[in-house]
Design a protein around this ligand. Structure first.
Ligand SMILES: *Cc1c(COP(=O)(O)O)cnc(C)c1O
Length: 838
């Protein structure tokens, strides 16, 4: 079979219509313990080819996964049938990243099988908990953006909205982080090595994706058309994943693409005579889906990255048009049938791709095609950092995708003509709004292309959306009134409350009954329970138990000893200077310096265990130095008897979703301390608040909305607001002035500079110190004094445990808004117009 074969669609096949068994819904296995035992053993014997007595733990994990999968299968097939039949409008969520986290537990929860599975396995002498630990999480994302995509598809399935998530099946996900002498060392994430029971490859539905070559015009019965003559092609093979709704019988699909060499490469094997060279050429094609780029927020303009983007977007659009839509579908009606949501700029090349398909392949008029395209895309912007706004040099884009560059030029020409019509020959405005930047090199601004093409453009928190309109894209906001909107991010309460915090969930269910997990605003009803001493005690007991569970995990995982009775002060997120892990660290160093210098009695310092979790992009040297410094401070502080029992710094390596699920429920204090105006939203902040941690945070991203909801008394605000940041920056920021003005700050920085954390060698952290004193782009020093004051308030509040617990309960009660179910409803209402399918 060649890659050109049209994928068959079994529902349309005559066989499907004639055989009665093919029409009957597939029966799910019986939901009983005995039924589960039978299915588990059957899978062990027939799919793994082993007997229980001779099985390895991985065999048992795989057989368990197959069993759970079988329960979902009937619903999945039914949902596919339902969606095919209804032909209702659905969402194609295009995202280069899906940071899914482990699947087993989520799928057990979705099917309501957790207890049955545990009992059934116990009857076989197998421990469910042990098997859980064997799953390697699919780390197909860097951080917040990829995790958001995973939360969204969970919520869409739970709401019953037709959705296909489209992305890339990276063979290696985000690297596994280890520390060697306190410094980050990256290990490959070979997550597929032991097999992946959750995916279904469909090589027969592969798409052919083209690259390179040139374009030419030809006469098509009197009409001049363009065609793309590509230089090379690869096969995109889809792997389907089930995305189950929460106990609602619904299952959507996540389709991830894997790159394979086409037969064109095979031919070379036979023809070239150079077998080894030909096989290497195959590797060239397959490299496209080999590895996730580990840069978060600062994309490198790498050719392979553009190849990845076009590869998955072209495959997805082709899949939807040729595989999902019926053969006789009238493409003029495409906007009634689908919305392609662009998760950041990574999939924006889909805009010229759809134009190419409509104009070149389906032979539509340009204007008609543009009318359709403009309605079929919507764009989510995720950043405010200028260095995170993706651009592709015209050279590179033209070489890799010559036809797409032509289309982008034409889109831009027509757009600028409209701008000129409205505003006249305002050269500066035209340059500012052009999709093509001329300086420092001629390149395509992908965010502008997305904004021009998108039916809607949304930011991810109120403040972010406002800054997007007023500062990043003000000309576009003026030109396209009503195009910009906000949808504040959310997180799925299934994973981040129910699975991560089973004891809290049980407590909530006891208080409110069972439906809160799909109606998270119901948490409001907990407000009255905050006044009930018995409930407070139960809530505090849950937090204490979660801390013990975390201690246990860290002891086994990393050999850490977590001290009893400490406040758990947690900062977990990607390492980035704008997130300001340095500010947290200066606080710690300042506390330490205060005690060891004798200025502060150890007994007066609130006992805290600080937990960091953070990966740095491998090429981001300053971020790596900061990781090194955190570890160095930890080694010194943890070994110093003068602060024993008071301060402890733990940095478990390899922060990922699995670790987040254990750290978040145990935290007392959530550190959300980015420089105001830099964190678009954050979602970690939401996870913590929903699990009863109090936030110390700046007026940034969704912190703003968290504080509005939980109330000033239940949130520790500090630092400059965005307008003040702007003002200071306009005035000329000189960090050394702040260093001079605050003795605590001076002493903390001096201690680092002295080599106290590097065996006396002052050179090791010299770049970090210099950067703070002379540049400090994210104004750590300017916010230090305010931060320490807020931390003093935290100490005072923590001293009254009853009052603290009350605040924690109110945080939970008032953060139901941050369910990703609500985010999805907002997208549906403001952007997608895709009601649930009944
Ligand atoms: C939620 C999450 C993030 C995002 O955290 P922020 O604090 O919003 O940056 C990153 N990584 C993982 C593993 C997460 O679960």
């Amino acid at each position: 079979m060649t890659e050109e074969t049209t994928p068959s669609r079994s529902a349309d096949h005559p066989l499907g219509a004639t055989h009665p068994l093919a029409l009957a819904p597939v029966a799910a296995p019986a939901s009983t313990v005995d039924g589960f035992v039978r299915e588990f053993l059957r899978n062990l014997n027939f799919d793994r080819g082993v007997a229980l007595t001779s099985s390895t733990p991985n065999d048992r994990y795989m057989a368990l996964a197959y069993t759970v999968r079988d329960y979902l299968m009937a619903r999945w097939l039914e949902d596919l049938r339902r969606q095919r039949h209804a032909q209702a409008k659905g969402v194609c969520y295009l995202s280069a990243e899906f940071l899914l986290g482990r699947q087993l537990d989520n799928n057990l929860l979705a099917t309501g099988l957790t207890d049955i599975a545990a009992d059934a396995l116990a009857q076989c002498g197998v421990d469910l908990d042990e098997l859980r630990q064997l799953e390697v999480e699919p780390g197909l994302g860097n951080g917040g953006l990829g995790r958001l995509a995973a939360c969204f598809i969970d919520s869409l399935a739970t709401l019953g909205v037709p959705n296909i998530g489209y992305g890339i099946r990276y063979e290696y996900g985000i690297f596994r982080q280890t520390f060697v002498d306190g410094q980050q060392v990256e290990q490959p994430d070979a997550w597929l090595t032991l097999g992946n029971p959750w995916e279904f490859p469909h090589p027969e539905s592969a798409r052919t994706i083209s690259f390179g070559g040139h374009t030419e015009t030809y006469d098509d019965e009197g009409v001049t058309r363009t065609r793309w003559v590509p230089g090379w092609t690869v096969r995109a093979v889809p792997y389907n994943y089930m995305v189950p709704g929460y106990q609602n019988g619904r299952v959507n699909t996540l389709r991830l693409w894997s790159a394979q060499a086409t037969s064109a490469f095979d031919l070379r094997i036979f023809n070239s005579g150079d077998y080894a060279e030909a096989v290497r050429a195959r590797t060239f094609a397959e490299n496209i889906s080999k590895v996730l780029y580990p840069e978060d927020s600062t994309p490198q303009g790498k050719e392979l990255r553009l190849q990845q983007q076009y590869f998955f977007v072209a495959a997805s659009i082709s899949d939807f048009l040729d595989g999902v839509l019926p053969d006789d579908f009238d493409l003029a009606k495409l906007p009634d049938r689908v919305i392609f949501q662009l998760n950041d700029t990574h999939p924006v090349i889909g805009v010229p791709e759809l134009m190419r398909v409509l104009v070149d392949e389906r032979k539509m008029e340009w204007d008609a095609a543009w009318e359709i395209t403009r309605q079929c895309f919507a764009y989510t912007c995720h950043t405010l950092l200028p260095e995170a706004l993706e651009v592709w040099s015209v050279d590179l884009l033209g070489r890799l995708l010559p036809r797409h560059l032509e289309i982008i030029y034409r889109i831009n020409d027509e757009f600028l003509a409209e701008v000129r019509e409205r505003f006249g020959d305002d050269e500066m405005r035209l340059r500012n709004m052009s999709i093509i930047a001329e300086y420092p090199q001629r390149s395509v601004r992908m965010a502008y292309l997305a904004t021009v093409a998108g039916a809607k453009v949304n930011g991810v928190a109120e403040l972010h959306s406002q800054l997007l309109r007023d500062k990043v894209l003000p000309d576009f906001n003026e030109f396209f009134p009503g195009k910009f909107t906000n949808v504040t991010n959310g997180v799925t309460p299934r994973r981040f409350v129910r699975l991560a915090n089973p004891d809290l969930s049980a407590l909530i269910s006891e208080a409110l009954g069972g439906t809160w997990l799909t109606d998270l605003e119901r948490l409001r009803e907990l407000e009255t329970f905050a006044e009930d001493p018995q409930f407070r005690q139960a809530f505090a007991d849950v937090k204490a138990a979660n801390k013990r569970r975390l201690s246990e995990l860290l002891r086994h995982r990393d050999g850490f000893e977590v001290s009893d009775g400490h406040m758990l002060d947690v900062m977990v997120k990607r390492l980035h200077e704008y997130k300001r892990q340095m500010l947290k660290l200066l606080h710690i160093v300042s506390l330490y310096e205060g005690i060891v210098s004798g200025r502060v009695a150890a007994s007066e310092v609130t006992a805290r265990t600080f937990i960091f979790g953070a990966k740095a992009a491998p090429g981001y040297l300053m971020a790596k130095r900061i990781i090194h410094l955190i570890n160095a401070v930890g080694s010194v502080v943890n070994a110093d008897p003068r602060v024993e029992g008071r301060l402890k710094v733990l940095f478990p390596p390899n922060y990922n979703v699995t670790l987040a699920e254990r750290v978040v429920p145990a935290a007392d204090l959530s550190e959300q301390i980015s420089l105001a105006g830099k964190e678009a939203s954050g979602t970690g902040n939401m996870k913590f608040a929903l699990n009863g941690a109090l936030t110390i945070g700046t007026d940034d991203g969704a912190n703003v909305e968290i504080r509005e909801l939980v109330g000033d008394d239940n949130f520790f605000l500090f630092g400059m607001r965005e307008p003040q940041v702007q003002e200071l920056s306009d005035r000329g920021y000189r960090p050394s002035e702040f260093y001079q003005a605050d003795e605590n700050l001076r002493r903390a920085i001096d201690l680092i500079a002295s080599g106290a954390f590097s065996g006396g060698d002052r050179s090791v952290f010299e770049p970090v110190v210099s950067n703070l004193l002379y540049e400090d782009r994210f104004m750590v020093l300017a916010d230090f004094t305010s931060y320490l004051e807020a931390q003093t308030k935290v100490d005072a509040a923590y001293a009254d445990q009853e009052a603290w617990t009350r605040k924690a309960i109110l945080n939970v009660a008032r953060c139901g808004f941050f369910s990703s179910d609500r985010s999805m409803r907002d997208y549906i209402e403001r952007i997608w117009h895709t009601p649930p399918l009944r």
